[in-house]
Design a protein around this ligand. Sequence first.
Ligand code: CDP
Ligand code: MG
Length: 679
Amino acid sequence: MSKQAKAAARGPLFGFIPRHVQGRQIRKALPHSAQYKAILNMRKKLPVYEQMDSFLEIFNRNQIMIIVGETGSGKTTQIPQFVAFSDLPHTRGKMVACTQPRRVAAMSIAKRVSDEMDGESRYKHSCGSELIVAVELGRQVGYSVRFEDMIEPGTTFLKYMTDGMLLREAMNDNTLAQYSTIILDEAHERTLATDILMGLLKDLAKRRFDLKIIVMSATLDAVKFQKYFSIRSDSEASLFKVPGRTHPVEVFYTQEPEKYYVEAAIRTVLMIHRAEKPGDILLFLTGEEEIEDACRKIKIEADDIASQDPDSVGPLVCIPLYSSLTPQQLQRIFDPALGPSQVGGPSGRKVVVATSIAETSLSIDGIVFVVDPGFSKQKVYNPRLRMESSLVCPISKDSAQRRAGRAGRTRPGKCFQDLLRFDYVDPPAPETLMRALELLNFLAAMDDEGNLTALGKLMADFPLDPQLSKLLIASPDFKCSNEILTITAMLSVPNVWLRPNNQRREADAAKEAFTVPESDHLTLLNVFNQYMLNKHDRNWAWSNYISARALAQAENVRQQLQRIMKRLDIDLVTTNDQVKLFTNIRKALPVELHPSCGLKTQPEWVISNEFVLTTRLYIRTVTEVRPEWLLENARLYFDLDSFPNGETKRALKRVQAKNFGLEKSRNETSRGRSRKGGK
Ligand code: CDP
Ligand code: MG
């Protein structure tokens, strides 16, 4: 046999010993295709790629490793690949996991990495058989985000996932046996899920010596993580600093009153396009609609300028970036700008219009100008009011980042015991934690001793907020679980209503046709049912100004939730009389307990899913309810003895006197009764 034939028969991974693999072996084993080579040339310039040897040296010798490196240095795309080469997880039926706080990042990076690894790769199994594969997204490299699992068991060896998903897996298998190495990325964002994972992994590392842990961060907070993870008294977790590579970036702040910030930002972008040197632009705006709108406006104006003055202004592409885009759509932000539209003409420019997800999770090359109107939409939890709100707020880039981390940290944890004594990197604010526990207690998911109840355990099985889980589990008692399942799915997907700027009136009229007057939740149910009847008609969604993509997603989410209900023996039931059904659904909704009642809205009592605070306070997705239902179904929450004094309390007292006057004393003795749905 010739030398080459021998080498080919052995496969490129011949001689790789797990966790003793060296950089030169990896570089020699790398595959083949033209796309692969082109990307490889880009990868070679990344600081992390240059550090492959020193990384492997530290990784091979240590169980826990902390990595710091600036955004764009190649941490997220490169490190997990090096680890996969060193771990050879497939030879042991395991995977390498890399977590991300944001689902967009998990999806788009998995796509990128599967492209980077593209080409015919050969993998030798321990049994001796050899596998020749082209790396594909969803197969060898996959991702897992809520309601979307793009992996192939047995084939996937590298899995990008949200931190929330890994936390969920840890609830079912606290040894995380599927993984050979777990990489917690973007640790500086300090989401609640990542923080809790750090505690769990620290503990797990003492029991699973074969498990390696890497914590990656873009800031020097890393020293704190290093101290935290020093689990053996004689040694610290090792710290690996990737030397930085800074690009000059110019930041333009628009100085306009709040009301006109979008217009001001668009003007600034066009000014840069017309007058500044080559280089791409990143514009921060707050949400999907605003971004799509701005893209359209910028495009129209830029085309106009380019056609008037083709000798000095090049073509411009405008690319939106927000969380509900598909991985394929997301990948467009990494496309290079267009070339000149004519020979010798000015070169093209790319404008990415993004939400704050572009701050650290996704680094985009070629950005030279950043336009930051200084607003961002945030989910902020206020423990006093016990509510989470979407806020459009003025914010510095720095504090936007800090706040995003903080908002994430306040979501109620789902089922971790002993949260008070849990080994956190930084313990959460006591008031926030107390409210989260209190919420679980109100929902009867946790008893007064802080133990998870049977209901609480059921709730934890759903990948939903506690309120929605509880609603779903309680819904058979109200004879409407079939419908509540749909509503829950609809509440878990992006906005279904399309409202193109130049067709607002038509869109509003179309929406009107679906509207159920007393309840947005019922309206959502109605849209979904209509969609199911009409989905064979490709024009239906579009001509009704409804997002077919969001509805298809809702259908998928519904199926997934239905499977969980089936597994947990929760009945799918409905009420045949339409009027009764609608009342039942509205009755079921108050178990979802949102403290919005008493707001000055048209109906006297409503429950709602979301608060949005812009220039005014709005509530979104609202259903009118009767106050006596609140007293009946959410008794612990609306306990009048401890309810804060005020208008709401007085109104509830009147309702109580009217409806429960005689029953009152009987009910009071049965507090803590077995609750509706507490099966
Ligand atoms: O994690 P870190 O910020 O250190 O860098 P990274 O996300 O690994 O990005 C490394 C390089 O890959 C950057 O030049 C990105 O622009 C590029 N990249 C890409 O082209 N497509 C993606 N989907 C993600 C990253
Ligand atoms: Mg990264």
